[in-house]
Write a new protein. Structure first.
Length: 76
């Protein structure tokens, strides 16, 4: 579980770096962050990161409450 959360944290950090870069670089006369496609892509990325985090937390909760064998049965 901790490896999953570590990877989610790394992805979140990379997304923040991407957003910072978009605030400093220009294309076609505008900052990248001002383009609609970028806003759509970063929003989708944020939603997917939150989904992954919630799935990992739910799986961890099942493991704690039910144990390994019983938690596996509830997911299949």
């Amino acid at each position: 579980m901790k490896d999953c959360m570590r990877l989610i944290g790394a992805a979140n950090h990379r997304m923040q770096l991407m957003a910072q870069m978009a605030l400093h670089r220009k294309t076609f006369g505008n900052y990248i962050a001002q383009h609609g496609a970028f806003l759509s892509d970063i929003s989708k990325c944020r939603i997917e990161l939150e989904q992954a985090k919630l799935l990992v937390l739910e799986a961890a909760d099942h493991l704690v409450r039910l144990g390994n064998k019983n938690a596996r049965r509830t997911w299949s």
